[in-house]
Design a protein around this ligand. Structure first.
Ligand SMILES: [Zn+2]
Length: 297
């Protein structure tokens, strides 16, 4: 047999074995990981189908959390919540993301504070890339209070130019009413609630014995009317980057708050999956914004 004939025979055999090889390929597993980084490429496609294009982007930060909690507290807490929620209502969860607004903690060790330009550009490229891979509904689950202005602004800027996906922001971490409520006030950064949640998410990283080493009290160092905003307001009130009393934390309060938070994210995933209006309206808006003079009242 000539080399040419041998090659032709091989080609025929390869073509003939193709469909059989495909039919022998194992079906996608009945349960898929919710972690983006743990899925194979093929299982990722199946995951996007099962999630109906819904993906979570849990948003953390690296910053001091009082004298007793780790730098990654917001990242650890929000990932715990998002991963548990996605296991209850399937969605694919993006890997660790901590590139948010934290300029006010630059004077403290371990803080990573990117510029505002990088924060917005990186977030846009991240959601663009997620959408290119089938995440047409992206829920940013915010774990960090310092993002409270950044994220609605980012969502608003999605109207600047057309996108074939919708950004949803969920930004609430504690219930307004529950069977068990915090007893101390203020109860903000590294305070009773946040420390309690860490006692559930990562108790091995909490140093309860150090919670009293610094003051988390409001130091009222600025005298301005309430409606006047300055960037230094947080440093003026909480220079230790501690706002509350972590020593009051309990695992019981942490469990109540974590259960509430996970349920709230589950409900958000369900509402977003059911939302067939936002993308349609967004597309209509982009189209009309091309020729505003034709828009009728
Ligand atoms: Zn925090």
């Amino acid at each position: 047999m000539t080399n040419l004939r041998l090659l032709a025979l091989l080609a025929v055999l390869l073509v003939a074995s193709g469909p059989r090889a495909r039919s022998q390929a194992s079906p996608p597993p009945s349960s898929l990981s919710v972690h983006w980084e743990e899925l194979t490429a093929a299982d990722f496609s199946e995951g996007i189908r099962r999630a109906q294009g819904t993906c979570l982007l849990p948003f953390g930060i690296l910053e001091k959390h009082g004298p007793h909690l780790p730098l990654g507290t917001d990242l650890l807490d929000v990932r715990y919540t998002a991963l548990h929620a996605a296991e209850k209502e399937y969605a694919i969860v993006f890997p660790d993301y901590y590139f948010g607004q934290i300029a006010e903690a630059r004077h403290q060790p371990g803080t990573i504070a990117y510029s505002g330009e990088i924060e917005l550009a990186l977030l846009q490229e991240t959601t663009d890339e997620m959408a290119r891979n089938g995440c047409k509904k992206i829920i940013i689950v915010n774990g960090h209070g310092g993002n409270e202005h950044l994220l609605p602004y980012f969502a608003q800027t999605q109207l600047d130019k057309p996108h074939d996906y919708v950004v949803y922001v969920f930004d609430k971490r504690s219930p307004d009413h529950a069977a068990l409520m915090p007893k101390t006030s203020p109860d903000w950064h590294a305070g009773e609630s946040e420390t309690s949640k860490m006692l559930i998410a990562r108790p091995d990283t909490v140093h309860m014995d150090r919670a009293h080493q610094e003051s988390g009290a409001d130091q009222h160092r600025q005298n301005l009317p309430e409606d006047v905003y300055t960037g230094i307001w947080w440093y003026a009130r909480f220079p230790n980057h501690y706002a509350g009393d972590g020593s009051a934390a309990t695992p019981q309060l942490g469990q109540v708050q974590m259960d509430w938070w996970i349920d709230a994210v589950v409900n958000t995933i369900r509402a977003v999956k059911a939302d067939d209006v936002s993308l349609k309206l967004q597309s209509e808006f982009y189209e009309k914004s091309q020729h505003p003079l034709e828009t009728k009242p």
